[in-house]
Structures are given as C-alpha cells and as structure tokens.
Design a protein around this ligand. Structure first.
Ligand code: SAH
Ligand code: SF4
Length: 345
C-alpha cells in the first residue's frame, strides 16, 4: 500500500524530500499545501516542479482515509464518517457556535477506546487500534475542504482516549498549531482525557494547549464504577496534579461532568465536587447524558442540571450546561461509534 503523505511527521517529510533529491524548502511547500490549503491532489501543488509532482503522485497517496457519509443535524452540526484503509470506520464532527463565530472540529484519536467508561458508546466498542498521524490530521484536512468557513477550534473529544495514542496525537498537534500548517493558536486546541496522570504530566510539559478532564463523579467509589481508569489514578491524585498545574501555569482546567439520572446527579455529589475542586482553577461543563440504545442510563430532568449549574456558579465555579449538538444524528458526546456496529443491531 502506498504511504499517505499526511502520515509523515515534519521530520520525516523533510528527510523524504532530501532523499528524493528535491530542494529542502519543498518540505515547507508541502506543509503549506497539505495543511494550510488542504488541497486534495498533488496536481494542485502548482509551485512544485512537475517532476516532483509526478514522483509524489506515483509513490504516495495524500490521505489515509476517505469520506463515506456526511450527516447534517438540525442545529447545523455535521457528522462525518470516514473509512480507513483497513476498512475500519471513525467519525468526526463539525460544530458551529451559536453566534457563528467559531467552528469547532471534534476529532477522533483511536478506533474505539480501551477505557470502558460505563456511559460511553465508544467505550462499549473496546479498542480496535490507534489512529496514525495522518488519520488524525486528514480528518481536519477533509473537513476543511467541505466547509467555506474556517475551522477555528479543535477538540480531541471524538472517539478514543488521546493520551494513549501519545506520539501521533503530539505530532498532529504540532501540525495543528504550526503557523505554516493549520495555524490554530495553542489555546484553540483542547485535549480531553479520562485522567491518565503520567501521560498528562508528560503532555503538559510539551504543549500548552487546553486540557479537559472527564470526571463524572466526585468520589472514588462511584468513579471506579463509571470510569474504571479511576482505579489506577484515583481522584485525590488527579486533583493534586490539577492543583499543581493550575498553580504553575495559571490556566483553567475544564472538567466534564456527564449527568446521569439517579446515578451521579445527587446534591451530595455536587457538594463533594465543590470540595475536590478547591484550589483548582476549574470550569465544569455539565453534559446531560446523551442516551443511546445499548445503555440503560437516562438523562436527568432539566430542573436537575439547572440546579447543578446554579449550585456550582454560586460557589464560584463556572458551570455551563452543554446540551451537545447533533443529537438527532448521534453526533453528540459519547454517541460516536462505527456505523458497522449500528448496522448489526
Ligand atoms: N476519551 C476522552 C475524550 C473523548 S470523550 C475523554 O473521555 O475525555 C468526550 C466526552 O464525552 C467525555 O467528556 C465523556 O465524558 C463524554 N461522554 C461520553 N459518553 C457520553 C454520553 N453518553 N453522554 C454525554 N457525554 C458523554
Ligand atoms: Fe474512552 Fe472517553 Fe468514552 Fe471513556 S468517555 S470510554 S475515555 S472515549
């Protein structure tokens, strides 16, 4: 199978260019074409010598995935289903902000996920494999081709636990944040994690992007059940990291709390949440559970999540309610899974 050019890191791209006998700055030109301009073919790279284009065309593909379908939700959210070269499928979502100022791309980092969170549809698939570098960045390239408006933000909140695909996620962020590539500011990129502390530490030493932590319970007993990763990295350790990070970087950490009816939506949990967030610059995104067929869990009444939001705000913790977009097309948080699985049902 021909290599996809987007699977090469900047370093590899540079050594490839030299090994093919092209001028070294060809690597920079390729980066501009691939990521800033998101062109679909080598022919469009008009400032490259014809001979170079011919060699690339013969030896490389541009992207390692292809679009299968695009669904448009009633709220303007668009869900893309991609086929990878081994036949696996992944999804990405484009979410416009209400004021139309932002267009956020939600990308996947793995096929499935190994973390097995109890309320998550992707988790139910188990982990099939990590995505390659190109499988991550090409989601963005191909969405860029399909939209007139510029993509302003990227969130790693699609399928997968980004920090367990460490190197490829890091390499993709290098392209996302580089001015000559996707050119997104570092604070316009958010990596969301279930809380793998060692990887999180290593990641934060390397990048200054936004961090989101999926919490969804405020005591170990409950979090062990909802998010099994908690057995390895319990709440106290996680919060210690968060306090140190907040203190050192002076950045706010976003916490995601999926509210599930009768499971983690009690007043006691809200009180505990306020306690454990002491000393952390925190914002809590309250995500009412998005139901899906394979789960018995239910979304709480709006009264309940409105109460939570007010309770946290009143105690100095910003806590917006995130009714995730694209519910009618199963593009909302935690609803991503391959169509293959849906077809089997
Ligand atoms: N694996 C990473 C990023 C992807 S999940 C993480 O867990 O942070 C993105 C978000 O969707 C997480 O905050 C998760 O808690 C949330 N989520 C998962 N299943 C959900 C569901 N059924 N309803 C609402 N949110 C869900
Ligand atoms: Fe994986 Fe995140 Fe889903 Fe947990 S919530 S199973 S970490 S994708």
């Amino acid at each position: 199978m021909t290599t996809a050019l987007t699977d090469l890191s900047l370093e590899h791209l540079t050594s490839l260019v030299t090994s093919l006998g092209f001028k070294p700055f060809t690597a920079s030109q390729l980066v501009l074409w691939l990521y800033r301009d998101a062109v679909g073919s080598f022919e469009e790279m008009t400032n490259l010598p014809k001979a170079a284009r011919a060699v690339l065309q013969e030896r490389f593909a541009v992207d390692p995935l292809e679009p299968i379908t695009m669904l448009q939700g009633s709220d303007g959210t668009r869900k893309f289903l991609w086929k990878l070269r081994d036949g696996q499928r992944i999804e990405s979502v484009l979410i416009p902000s209400e004021d139309g100022e932002r267009l956020t791309a939600c990308v996947s980092s793995q096929v499935g996920c190994a973390m097995a969170c109890d309320f998550c549809r992707t988790g139910m698939m188990g982990l099939k494999r990590n995505l390659t570098l190109g499988e991550i960045t090409s989601q963005l390239r191909l969405m860029k081709q399909k939209t007139e408006k510029p993509i302003t933000n990227v969130v790693f909140m699609g399928m997968g636990e980004p920090l367990t695909n460490f190197q490829n996620v890091c390499d993709s962020i290098t392209f996302m944040s580089s001015e000559n590539a996707f050119g997104l500011g570092k604070r316009r990129i958010t990596v969301s994690t279930s809380g793998l502390i060692p990887q999180l530490k290593r990641f934060c030493e390397r990048f200054d992007v936004k961090i989101a932590i999926s919490l969804s319970a405020a005591n170990d007993e409950l979090r062990d059940k909802l998010m099994p990763i908690n057995k390895r990295y319990p709440i106290a350790e996680l919060m210690q990291f968060c306090r140190e990070y907040s203190e050192q970087k002076r950045h706010t950490i976003m916490f995601e709390y999926v509210l599930i009816k009768g499971v983690n939506d009690s007043q006691d949990q809200a009180e505990r949440l306020v306690q454990i967030l002491k000393g952390v610059r925190a914002k809590v995104n309250l995500i009412p559970f998005n139901p899906f067929e394979e789960s018995e869990y239910k979304r709480p009444d709006s009264k309940v999540y409105e109460w939570w939001s007010k309770y946290l705000w009143d105690r100095g913790i910003p806590a917006p309610i995130r009714i995730s977009g694209g519910r009618d097309i199963l593009a909302a948080c935690g609803q991503l899974a391959t169509a293959e699985k849906k077809e089997k049902k």
